[in-house]
Ligand binder design. Structure first.
Ligand code: SAH
Ligand code: SF4
Ligand code: F3S
Length: 482
């Protein structure tokens, strides 16, 4: 049908290649009556958005919609959007152009914009993108069925109300693209920090923590289904706090980690993201105490310079961050730390940029997500500071950061040669179905030849004999001593 449209053929190819979660789609399709409507959902942005899409899928399934991987057979096309950088929004607009074409060929198809861009632009979206039928913010997904009804009647469906309470605690997410081994669990929503560059507090609203028992129950349910890894998600997991209304017990993030770790020693626990100002010793000791809580902390620094950090409103300085890193390596010696870095923030000088480079070496990050600064309308930085570092300079600094981080990652991985790691098998490696891929506790991807009797979801020990900056390679051995 779309043979002449290279983009659509490309998407179809991508969908065909992605075998993960296929069984789920097949089951859903087999169970679906001829008359049931189908939705297609695409997600952009952070893991929280992907996790939200699974909540949306669950809400839609409850109101009779079946998921499809094929755009051209969808009655409802949803795009869960991200506003974090200008580029993220451009990507969404490009996708909407393609959805418009599908809609042109299949009148009656509804197109809905969900997530952060829906929240940021609100009704402006409907003015700018005429063919969008639904605009739904991250706290309004329960309203989707009724908004779809409104759109089916020919009106536009919009709800961008931000809530102080909504955590979707009672909704059991539909694991759409899951490998059946690792899953994400949202433990909180929103963000109360006001990093001056960041749009998230505006698109996601106030911070609120989810009922701890519902989190543990979700983890236990996943374990029963065969999952062996959960990642607890929040913009700032260390500020998780929930009070049991029955006995007034306060659950901190450290306590929550412990509760989830106790579901089973065979269930790995990860978490993201930690804010350097909020991660406590108690959290570090808890990680150290439980073998199944992974030795890996994503601790975004953003900049290595104290003046820039202050302008960013990160509430810590260079020295303070360095002490945190020292403390992590002291309490959890085998811990891997990763980071997020922004280059060319307002007024950043060459010297200050050098501080970011030296921080990468100091912290010995196993890897980083690296970006050049992109001004976001409405943020503190957009209102207060001039975006005065020329694009060329921002991009050059970013290249320097990427180059250094690649070297540091490579050094980090070289040190693993000769060690044996416990690896949770996730599936076939990308390159060959003769190899498995999986992660070690430090969140590094490990590739190794398959052996009889092992399958995804099993643990094994792999002795590393080769490393690139992104992957470790090795062979299965009997135990930790290799
Ligand atoms: N809550 C997490 C990060 C969420 S956003 C934290 O506090 O670390 C993910 C990353 O996007 C940020 O860490 C930051 O590095 C980057 N980012 C956010 N706003 C940005 C902007 N305006 N320009 C460039 N990068 C940005
Ligand atoms: Fe944005 Fe800062 Fe909140 Fe992270 S902690 S989401 S960077 S405001
Ligand atoms: Fe993007 Fe929203 Fe996440 S802006 S990074 S999808 S919270």
């Amino acid at each position: 049908m779309y043979d002449n449209n290279p983009t659509l053929v490309g998407i179809q190819k991508k969908i065909d290649e992605s075998r993960q979660g296929e069984a789920f789609y097949r089951e859903q399709a087999e169970g679906a009556g001829q008359s049931s409507k189908r939705f297609y959902i695409e997600s952009y942005g952070c893991q929280m958005n992907f996790s939200d899409s699974e909540i949306v899928a669950s809400i839609l399934a409850d109101s009779g919609y079946q998921p499809t991987r094929f755009l051209e057979e969808a009655d409802l096309i949803l795009i869960n959007t991200c506003s974090i950088r200008e580029k993220a929004e451009e990507t969404v607009r490009k996708r909407l152009r393609i959805f418009d074409k599908v809609k042109g060929q299949r009148p009656g198809t509804l197109v809905g914009v969900l997530g952060c861009m829906a929240e940021r632009l609100k009704s402006k979206f409907l003015e700018e993108e005429k063919l969008v039928d639904l605009v739904v913010g991250p706290d309004a997904y329960r309203d989707l069925p009724s908004l779809i009804g409104t759109a089916e009647d020919g009106d536009k469906g919009i709800n961008v109300f931000l809530s102080r309470e909504e955590t979707y605690a009672d909704i059991s997410p539909l694991r759409l693209d899951s490998n059946g081994v690792a899953a994400f669990i949202s433990i909180m929503r929103g963000c109360d920090n006001m990093c001056s560059f960041c749009v998230v507090p505006f698109t996601r609203g106030r911070e609120r923590s989810r009922n701890a028992f519902s989190i543990v129950a979700e983890a236990a349910g996943l374990f029963e289904k065969g999952y062996r890894e959960v990642t607890l998600l929040g913009q700032n997991v260390d500020s998780y706090k929930w009070e049991n209304p029955e006995d007034g017990e306060r659950v901190t993030f450290a306590r929550l980690l412990e509760m989830v770790a106790k579901v089973s020693p065979e269930l790995r626990v990860r978490f993201s993201t930690s804010h350097p100002k909020d991660i406590t010793d108690e959290v570090l000791f808890t990680i150290a105490r439980y073998e199944n809580i992974c030795s890996y902390i994503h601790l975004p620094v953003q900049s290595g310079n104290s003046r820039i950090l202050e302008l960013m409103n990160r509430t810590y300085g260079r020295e303070w961050y360095m002490n945190k890193v020292r403390r992590i390596y002291e309490v959890i010696p085998d811990c891997a730390i990763s980071s997020d870095i922004i280059t060319g923030f307002c007024t950043e000088t060459e010297e200050e940029h050098q501080d970011t480079l030296s921080m990468i070496e100091f912290a010995r990050y196993s890897m980083s997500y690296m970006f050049y600064y992109s001004e976001r309308p409405g943020t503190l930085a957009a209102r207060k500071y001039e975006d005065d570092v020329p694009m060329k300079v921002k991009k050059r600094r970013l290249q320097e950061v990427i180059r250094l981080q690649t070297q540091v990652s490579f050094q980090h991985n070289l040190k693993d040669i000769g060690k044996a790691f416990k690896v949770l098998i996730e599936g076939d490696s990308k390159r060959s179905d003769k190899d498995f891929k999986g992660r070690n506790s430090q969140n590094k991807m490990v590739v190794f030849p398959k052996v009889e009797g092992l399958k995804p979801g099993d643990y094994c020990y792999v002795k590393i004999n080769k490393a690139t900056s992104a992957t470790l390679k090795g062979e299965i051995v009997e135990g930790p001593e290799g």
